[in-house]
Design a protein around this ligand. Structure first.
Ligand code: GDP
Ligand code: MN
Length: 376
């Protein structure tokens, strides 16, 4: 789950990290009131689930409340990388001497989190990685031990030569690790970590991604979910109890069981097609789930063929068949559907489907080939 900068900064402050205060609003007039409350220079910042807001014009400095109003007015409603800005953060401006980078990502190839720091902060870390890879320092972390003090010190000296600043930075890295670990995050980033002219360190940007599978342990963090900012189909799927991930292809896949869903996607590829999604409708699927699944798949305009692949164990094939019939009668579909069902109540299911004019079969290879052909 993605959270906004203002929420990540709240988690930072809860862990005693030096993130400046701030308030969020959807209203330009209120933005100017907040600016007046803080007094002095503020920054007005788009709250959307993406980086690169600065470059897109979504981060503006304002010297007085009137400028803050104008900045908020310009930013609210703005489109940043396809996302509409609905909220802005108003926060006291920090003077910048230099910008550094500090972050932790889960590195699946190493099976552990990796700490990354760079004195070249401010820009995308991906850009630094491309243009100046020697400016990024990495430290894999053994999750059993956490960030060890000597690792924190070594990383901190990559950022600052002066012992006083390095010591301060080492403390920040330690707290950043605790924030990451304590929230079950998969990514956390301070970019930039700012050194002020007075040699103070401030986290003026914050990005965090939380592990969906651990959210049940963090009801307070789950509350940070911004339904408005989430992908429509992924939200629908979550609410319907389906696992759905949108992909770039055109063969919409509706499968029961994650393993079979993966195998189906492999086979679609094997026969020259491209899956439009991963979708697992789960074990004992009700007709309602099938309806939701079809709605989600057909909401995606690139889908030009739909493939059902159902292995009936606990799931009854006739339930799924009834769901398909019901859903298609409600939905007015013009996309061809290919259905493969096998297992519990297979015969009944095939009969229901054929009676209703569907192409249904029990062979997986055959079904996948037809679905790929139908996508053209
Ligand atoms: P991002 O572009 O989405 O990563 O948004 P950031 O919060 O990182 O802001 C982008 C850039 O705006 C930063 O790298 C800074 O150069 C500038 N900026 C943001 N906040 C401040 C601030 O408080 N003071 C100053 N002087 N510049 C800021
Ligand atoms: Mn940033």
């Amino acid at each position: 789950m993605n959270i906004h900068e203002y929420q990540a900064k709240q988690i930072f402050r809860d862990h005693d990290l030096p993130a400046p205060p701030g308030r969020v609003t959807r209203d330009a007039d209120e933005a100017s009131e907040i600016a007046a409350d803080y007094g002095g220079r503020v920054v007005v910042k788009a709250q959307v689930h993406t980086g690169g807001r600065g470059k897109a014009g979504g981060v503006k400095l304002a010297d007085d409340p009137e400028e803050a109003r104008e900045a908020a007015d310009a930013i609210l409603g703005m489109d940043i990388k396809g996302l509409t800005v609905r909220k802005v953060l108003v926060t006291p401006a920090v003077d910048i001497e230099s910008e550094a980078y500090a972050g932790i990502v889960m590195d699946r190839s190493r099976d552990r989190p990796v700490f990354m720091v760079s004195p070249e902060g401010g820009m995308d870390i991906e850009t630094v990685a491309e243009e100046k890879p020697e400016a990024i320092f990495r430290q894999p972390i053994d999750p059993a031990y956490g960030l060890l003090p000597h690792q924190a010190t070594t990383l901190a000296y990559r950022l600052y030569d002066e012992p006083k600043l390095a010591k301060e930075a080492a403390g920040i890295l330690g707290k950043l690790w605790k924030a990451y670990r304590g929230s079950d995050a998969t990514m956390v980033e301070i970019n930039p970590l700012v050194r002020t002219p007075d040699d103070e360190l401030r986290a003026i940007d914050a990005k965090m991604n939380l592990d969906d599978n651990a959210l049940f342990r963090h009801p307070d963090l789950e509350e940070m979910r911004d339904v408005e900012a989430e992908d429509d189909s992924e939200r629908k799927a979550r609410e319907a109890g389906l696992s759905y991930i949108k992909l770039d292809g055109d063969v919409g896949c509706c499968v029961n069981g994650a393993g079979l869903a993966m195998a189906t996607m492999d086979l679609v590829k094997y026969y020259g097609g491209d899956p439009a999604n991963f979708l697992d409708i789960g074990g004992s699927s009700s007709p309602d789930k099938v309806v939701s699944a079809l709605e989600i798949i057909t909401d995606d305009p690139s889908v030009s063929s739909i493939l059902f692949n159902i292995f009936g164990g606990i799931t009854r094939c006739d339930d799924v068949a009834n769901g398909i019939v019901e859903a298609t009668s409600r939905l007015d579909l013009d996309v061809p559907i290919t259905i493969r069902l096998t297992g519990t109540n297979e015969e009944e299911a095939l009969e229901i489907l054929r009676d209703n004019g569907f192409e249904a079969m029990s062979d997986m290879d055959e079904a996948v080939q037809r679905a790929v052909e139908a996508a053209g």
